[in-house]
Design a protein around this ligand. Structure first.
Ligand SMILES: *Cc1c(COP(=O)(O)O)cnc(C)c1O
Length: 419
């Protein structure tokens, strides 16, 4: 079920006030919901000796959201300089930042080394020679290639640009050790929006077996395994949510078995982005036009610059039209923005209550990979972000982009080159 009933029950009665005060369009995120999901994640792993979520900053890079994560004891998964800066801005300690970059530049490494550094998660064996000083703790991102676990293929990692290949993984740790690394971690990310919990269990098993092999070969032990993000959320009304309880139980058994055989438990790290915030955000937008041609189009005051997923992934985002819950007259429409781009649609041929100009539409599940994927094509500007706080008040946490922002990169010193 998209967004929680609890968020709907708290938000909808006050939405008119919020719209009056802030004006549409805006994303609004639910602090209570985010905290509940965080607690839930911690609970299912409470019998693993050390569990930590490193929130994937790219999913919702807002300092107020990151502060909530930090308050829950979570760290951050970053892959760019701006994400590192954002994570540090909220006062995060070096060991709570995991830098999982790929195609890493010298500048990226320089920034990663600042302010006490962070956990470096190297994407390739060649990067060992590009790290200025080998940190005490080092991690590699592992790409298993076409390896199968059980009867299932986990994605198709052979085609993915990420990670160290199976044939290189032992050599990678060997060289890191020779270069002075003393502590080791391992990372992989093999799923995206996955609603079948067994993939996460298989990934965990794969990494535990792998570190057993590496440890035997090189006489090292591992501080952590990081199974990445990719936990799915149900976007469509009939999708079943991930079975988190069973996932937690089965993974706990794997850790306990590992401890029995190896004499210790590595920590379990995870980098959920979507799962943590996706269902706890909505995009609120006003219907401003309708046209009846070959189809009926309802134009709203947001465009795909606020939410790309329907356009680029053909993703379904549930839509409520507020004030029309009780058996209203319905019609089939496309909900569209104003870009000169025919993909600029939030819904295609969707049955919705009949919409008039001025009606408020709530587009669900925009709390991850929503505003973060926004862009400025066609001079489109991204909307503001609000936080529905646990005390019931609302706070502006990012203002809307203005035309001045769009023009700001045209403000520069003249720089010509005579050839
Ligand atoms: C994108 C990404 C995540 C988060 O993925 P979700 O699907 O949002 O959970 C985590 N780790 C890495 C390395 C990523 O690239």
């Amino acid at each position: 079920m998209p967004i929680s009933q609890s968020y709907k029950n708290r938000l909808f009665p006050v939405l008119d006030n919020i719209v009056d005060h802030y004006q549409t369009p805006f994303h609004i995120y639910d602090e209570s919901g985010i905290r509940q999901t965080g607690d839930h994640l911690k609970n299912i792993f409470s019998e693993i000796k050390c569990f930590k979520e490193y929130y994937a900053v790219k999913a919702l890079p807002n300092p107020k959201i990151l502060s909530i994560m930090k308050d829950m004891g979570f760290g951050f998964d970053c892959s760019s300089i701006a994400e590192l800066m954002l994570s540090r801005q909220v006062g995060t300690q070096p060991e709570d930042i995991m830098f999982t970059s790929n195609n890493t530049s010298a500048n990226d490494f320089k920034e990663a080394g600042k302010e006490g550094g962070c956990i470096l998660n190297l994407d390739d064996i060649s990067l060992l020679d590009k790290v200025a000083t080998m940190p005490e703790l080092i991690s590699f991102r592992y790409n298993p290639g076409s390896r199968r676990t059980g009867n299932d293929i986990i994605g198709n990692p052979v085609e993915a640009k990420y990670g160290v290949s199976h044939d290189q993984i032992i050599e990678a740790y060997k060289r890191a050790k020779e270069k002075g690394a003393k502590k080791f971690g391992i990372h992989t990310m093999l799923a995206s929006n996955e609603l079948n919990y067994t993939y996460m269990v298989q990934t965990t098993l794969m990494l535990l077996e792998l570190i057993e092999d590496i440890s035997k070969e090189l006489d090292i032990s591992f501080e952590f395994i990081n199974i990445g993000g990719g936990l799915g959320v149900p976007y469509t009304p009939d999708a079943q949510p991930l079975d988190l309880e069973t996932m937690g139980k089965e993974m706990t058994v794997l850790f306990q078995k590992f401890e029995k055989e190896q004499g210790y438990q590595p920590a379990l790290y995870m980098e959920s982005g979507r799962f943590m915030t996706g269902p706890h955000g909505v995009l609120v937008t006003t219907a401003i036009n309708r046209k009846d041609i070959y189809r009926t189009y309802v134009g709203v005051d947001a465009s795909m610059s606020s939410l790309m997923r329907p356009a680029i992934y053909d993703a379904y985002h549930h839509i409520d039209v507020t004030g029309k819950d009780n058996n209203p007259e319905t019609e089939v429409v496309d909900i569209v923005g104003s870009l000169c781009e025919n993909n600029d649609k939030f819904a295609v041929q969707r049955e919705l209550p009949k919409i008039a100009d001025g009606d408020i539409l709530v587009i669900h599940d925009t709390g991850a990979h929503g505003i973060a994927m926004g862009f400025n094509y066609n001079g489109s500007l991204r909307p503001k972000e609000l936080l529905f706080k646990k005390d019931g008040s609302v706070e502006l946490i990012r203002r809307e982009e203005r035309v001045e922002d769009y023009f700001s990169t045209l403000n520069f010193e003249k720089d010509t080159l005579a050839l």
